[in-house]
Design a protein around this ligand. Structure first.
Ligand SMILES: Cc1ncc(COP(=O)(O)O)c(CN[C@@H](CS)C(=O)O)c1O
Length: 405
């Protein structure tokens, strides 16, 4: 692992204080902080390279297009996709999932067909399928989690039927930290002929993702959770599926020719990228991919795992504190509740100590219902966190509890 103190120095925001205390940022699952290289790339685009892409026959536009498409190639390589035609730029994981629901699912599903999700899904991988259930009459089946926050492959196998047409699963839970055995889950789903969408929002910044090795049909992630800017994300899709899918949005750039009688759509990936894209965001994401490649996704995940284990051990010494989510295979997320005090009150007091954690249902309300809690306090890790951050977290939790009890 690269020298963490040198890596921290790449993140300007970490130099500031919060309520007079050095900031301890422990909400990377919500959004990661940005390295100076990403910030500089966006500034450089707007100060030296700004022009619309794919349209201009002048140097500025050609350079902007080269940067934009260069970012797409970086994402292709990061995911080990076969072709850049399989890499669609969207706003984030939410839009990626909605794009599949609005195109592939609407094209392919009919009343009585089944979609399988898990109980640990983020709302962005629950509500799109509920909308289709209510509109198309499909069945939405839910693979339950156990007391540790894990799914069971045997239970999944028993829920798959010839009517299961889509399995949509998170690679890593944002609320629990559970890392799912997605490769095995994909193989099970393919065994009954179902396609698989993987929500990788919480995975790409923490582990190497190889979409060909996983053999997933779709894979989604958000740039802002991978040290990139907000407003840019990626949908990977197998080219054969994308070719057959109806367009998602209509307008400029997604067309080849338009008459009032008929429109011929553009080739991939542009068929799914209507209108002026988030050019600066894509360029920023490309530089974030450079950062991930320099540090190493698996190295980041291994380091965060060490911090997570240390944080769990330290937090568990606190009377009345219960860790929510104790999967054997777990990423850098520690969710917990404390008997007799509300998560929001604890997190609010922790902010006074300069500690930034999330207290919420984390857009995973079914997970909260499963564990019978209204919300949790969640500390989620990034490459810039260190053991001192964890010590300050634990001390602040202890102090907050004493004040509240
Ligand atoms: C597993 C998972 N799937 C989808 C999303 C949505 O990502 P967007 O970039 O907002 O589109 C998220 C975002 N989870 C944030 C906001 S609720 C969190 O604090 O955990 C996620 O964690």
């Amino acid at each position: 692992m690269s020298d963490i103190s040198l890596l921290r120095a790449e993140f300007p925001i970490l130099k500031q204080t919060e309520n007079g205390q050095p900031l301890v940022y422990l909400d990377s699952a919500a959004t990661t902080q940005k390295p100076q290289s990403v910030i500089d790339a966006i500034t450089q685009y707007y100060t030296q390279e700004n022009a619309n892409v794919h349209r201009g026959v002048y140097g500025l536009s050609e350079r902007a297009t080269e940067k934009y498409e260069g970012a797409r190639e970086k994402v292709r390589a990061l995911l080990n996709a076969k072709s850049t035609q399989e890499i669609i730029f969207v706003r984030g994981a939410t839009e990626a999932i909605n794009l599949v629901a609005a195109t592939w699912a609407r094209d392919q599903l009919q009343a009585g067909d089944e979609v399988l999700i898990t109980e640990m899904e983020h709302h962005s991988n629950i509500v799109p399928w509920q909308l289709l259930r209510d509109q198309l009459g499909i069945r939405l089946n839910v693979l339950r989690i156990n007391a540790l926050g894990e799914v069971c492959l045997n239970a999944m196998a028993s829920m798959l039927t010839p009517k299961t047409k889509l399995v949509s699963i998170t690679h890593m839970s944002n609320a629990l930290g559970t890392i799912n055995p997605v490769k095995e889950m994909i193989a099970l789903a393919h065994g009954v002929g179902a396609k698989v969408m993987v929500d990788g929002a919480q995975a790409v910044a923490h582990m190497k993702v190889d979409v060909q090795d996983l053999n997933c049909d779709f894979y989604a992630f958000s740039g802002h959770k991978t040290y990139g800017p907000t407003g840019i994300g990626v949908l990977y899709g197998k080219q054969s599926l994308l070719e057959a899918m109806s367009p998602y949005q209509a307008g400029g750039d997604m067309i080849y020719s338009v008459t009032f009688e008929k429109t011929q759509y553009n080739v991939l990936p542009y068929k799914f990228e209507a209108g002026t894209p988030n050019i600066a965001g894509a360029i920023g994401l490309g530089v974030a991919v450079d950062f991930l490649n320099r540090v190493g996704q698996d190295a980041i995940g291994a380091y965060e795992h060490e911090l997570m284990v240390y944080a769990t051990e330290q937090l568990q010494t606190i009377d009345g504190l219960r860790i929510i989510g104790q999967a054997k295979n777990k990423g850098g997320v520690v969710s917990f509740v404390v008997e007799g005090v509300h998560p929001h009150d604890v997190a609010t007091l922790m902010d006074q100590d300069g500690i930034a954690v999330r207290a919420s249902h984390h857009c995973a309300m079914p997970v909260m219902q499963h564990f019978k809690v209204p919300s949790t306090i969640r500390a989620s890790l990034g490459i810039y966190n260190n053991f001192e951050d964890i010590d300050r977290l634990v001390a602040s939790v202890q102090e907050a509890i004493q004040m509240l009890r």
